[in-house]
Design a protein around this ligand. Structure first.
Ligand code: KG4
Ligand code: ZN
Length: 343
């Protein structure tokens, strides 16, 4: 990371304006020390639904359209004036290049105009910090399961900003498994929340979908998706329509089971005092139920507040608050980095 050239001295109480534009949500937030969210305005792009997945060019255009009006709303909601902002943060990766560029360029320009320090933040680190927004008292070490549309990772936060990567998915992410499975079932994108809802009325043992056997802390979900495809091919439309809730419940159970198995394995190895499940899929009600039941007696388990599970700028601001206070910052040469790793 480029060291900052400070134009201003950091104040004792810092307030950050943050942008998140890595995928199909445009989000702007104002966050201040103590992980206090003064505003967090997020708009999910609806135009992707009819395509069954995110269309990168449409996402970039939506970010361009939304970023300025949402910034105005975020600042107004925070009840502050522009001269009360002390720093600017934006997601620099991983994500879609065109989408990331909107936040990076807008954030840098905004910071330059106001002569403020700025920082490019890793989106994955943002998800890890999302849990501090509703639990500011939480301290590492924390074992994380990060489950989103693009990621499925087990990460150990040994201390603030110190990470050990344990393992991740070899193919699809957990959110992708939900979304692609939903597509096969004829459900709109994103299907995760719809499968979750359907599954509540279904029989989890209706059909046993195979659980992938993977080494160490690796995950694999593409076989599960294929097995759903073959299963559906053998059934007629009427059967699928009549049993959609049972199929959704059985499919969801396989995903949750695989996530649980590897998280248990990591927990056994590290025996952390705290476990956190973050990212869009951490909204899943069955996952929350199973994880709370399994881990609740062994450790403290935390989930972000629903609005901080999916992509949001508040979590990006939270990372920046800590990094700014440690003297970090980016230079004008910072750009979007679509494959940016966490460690
Ligand atoms: O974290 P996120 O907003 O975006 C990424 O960074 O990828 O996660 C979006 C993912 C989508 O795949 C969506 O289907 C999934 O989270 N998701 C859910 C639920 N709500 C959102 N998956 C399962 N159950 C849910 N309730
Ligand atoms: Zn995300």
């Amino acid at each position: 990371m480029t060291k900052a050239k400070w134009w201003v001295k950091l104040p004792a109480l810092m307030r950050v304006l943050a942008f998140e534009t890595s995928c199909d949500e445009t989000s702007v937030a104002v966050v201040e020390d103590g992980f206090r969210v003064l505003s967090n305005v997020t708009q999910t792009h609806v135009e992707h639904a009819k395509f069954g997945g995110v269309v990168p060019e449409l996402a970039s255009r939506a970010h361009v359209r939304l970023i300025y009006p949402l910034t105005r709303v975020a600042v107004e909601k925070a009840g502050i004036k522009l001269n009360e902002i002390d720093g600017v943060a934006f997601t620099r990766g991983p994500g879609l290049i065109g989408s990331l560029l909107v936040g990076v360029v807008f954030g840098k320009t905004f910071a330059q105009a106001l002569k403020l320090p700025f920082l490019g933040v890793n989106h994955l680190e943002g998800h890890l910090f999302s849990v501090f927004l509703n639990h500011p008292e939480l301290k590492p070490p924390i074992l994380y399961l990060l489950v989103s549309g693009g990621h499925t990772e087990l990460i150990y936060m040994k201390d603030f900003l110190q990470y050990e990567y344990l393992g991740g998915t070899m193919d699809d992410a957990a959110g992708e498994a939900f979304d692609k499975g939903g597509k096969l079932l004829g459900l709109p994108y994103p299907s995760g929340p719809i499968i979750d809802k359907l599954a509540k009325e279904g029989d989890r043992e209706f059909h046993r979908f195979p659980r992938a056997k993977t080494p160490d802390f690796e995950f694999s979900f593409s076989g599960l998706k294929t097995s759903l495809l073959y299963y559906l091919r053998k059934k007629d439309k009427e059967f699928v329509k009549n049993h959609i809730q049972d199929i959704a419940a059985s499919y969801q159970e396989a995903i949750v089971d695989m996530l649980l198995e590897k998280t248990l394995k990591a927990f056994e190895k590290l025996k952390p005092p705290t476990l956190a499940v973050v990212g869009g899929v951490s909204l899943n009600s069955r996952l929350r139920e199973v994880f709370t039941e399994k881990f609740g007696k062994m450790t403290k388990i935390y989930f972000p507040e629903p609005r901080y599970c999916t992509d949001n700028a508040a979590m990006i601001g939270a990372v920046a608050l800590v990094r700014f206070q440690r003297g970090e910052g980016s230079g004008l040469d910072i750009s979007a980095s679509p494959n940016l790793p966490l460690v």
